[in-house]
Design a protein around this ligand. Structure first.
Ligand code: BGC
Length: 251
């Protein structure tokens, strides 16, 4: 099935038509800078523009940077607070005229990696950490997702919130060397390991391309792998999520 997969990020909103049987991008990838402020109205307009650029009128899957409980946004760390309480799926469906299905961005990136990428066929606990404007997490046990874990907001042993200490945005803003930032990420991963004992940790987002620059600083016992789809996992997984929901509504 072909579905338009969209990844709403802090700096850009990306979309591509995905073949859900294989996870492949079937058309071009379009990126539009994230609107400021990122309100429901402005994000909706951007998503509609992406659909129009793809001449798309079919179903849309959207990975969104918030806890999404049954289609309703519950948090807003890096987006406008007016999203909280909004039924985002319904809202974007109205805005675009296409049936839209919305889930947490890290959860859908995880779906892509578990189905087709670095977590394929891995038994046990897999933790996906997406590194961008925020720190997103997705937790799977034997391929089953526990949604909305929001583990980027835990406090570390230095009293700092993890995403304000080890995200890509912090590395950029503080101009940290990859190795110095690698130490920060390691502190976070050690905290995750102590709590969840994952069998595999997958790193997604922009930094996943640069693992070789900071791998020496990572000392967790679990193997750490870059997301196979790098920062395209969100778009691919958003389409997979929409397909799941569509099939569930037909069944
Ligand atoms: C949000 C999460 C999101 C993560 C990555 C965090 O600030 O709370 O919902 O998954 O950023 O975008």
């Amino acid at each position: 099935m072909k579905i338009l997969g969209i990844d709403v990020g802090g700096s850009g909103i990306k979309g591509s038509v995905i073949e859900t049987e294989t996870g492949e991008l079937t058309g071009e990838r379009v990126r539009i800078a994230a609107p400021r402020p990122a309100t429901p109205e402005t994000v909706g307009v951007t998503i509609r523009a992406l659909a129009e650029q793809h001449h798309w009128t079919g179903p849309i899957g959207i990975g969104f940077p918030a806890a999404i409980q049954h289609g309703v946004a519950r948090t807003a760390a890096n987006i406008d607070a007016s999203f909280i309480g909004l039924p985002v799926g319904e809202y974007f469906s109205k805005q675009t005229g296409c049936p839209a299905y919305v889930a947490n961005d890290a959860d859908v990136a995880g779906l892509a990696e578990i189905r087709f990428g670095a977590g394929r066929g891995v038994a046990g606990v897999v933790l996906i950490v997406t590194i961008g404007t925020g720190l997103g997490t997705a937790l799977f046990s034997d391929g089953h997702l526990l949604p909305n874990t929001e583990l980027g907001h835990i406090l570390l042993d230095n009293g700092q919130e993890a995403e304000r200490y080890a995200s890509e945005a912090v590395r950029d803003a503080q101009n940290l060397k990859w190795t110095d930032w690698g130490n920060r990420l390691n502190r976070y991963l050690l905290a995750m390991e102590k709590l969840f004992w994952p069998d595999l940790i997958i790193l997604g987002g922009g930094a996943s391309k640069k693992l070789s620059k900071f791998a020496e600083k990572i000392s967790v016992q679990a193997p750490v792998a870059p997301a196979q789809f790098l920062n395209q996992a969100g778009m691919i997984g958003a389409a997979l999520f929409a397909e799941e929901r569509l099939r569930a509504s037909i069944a």
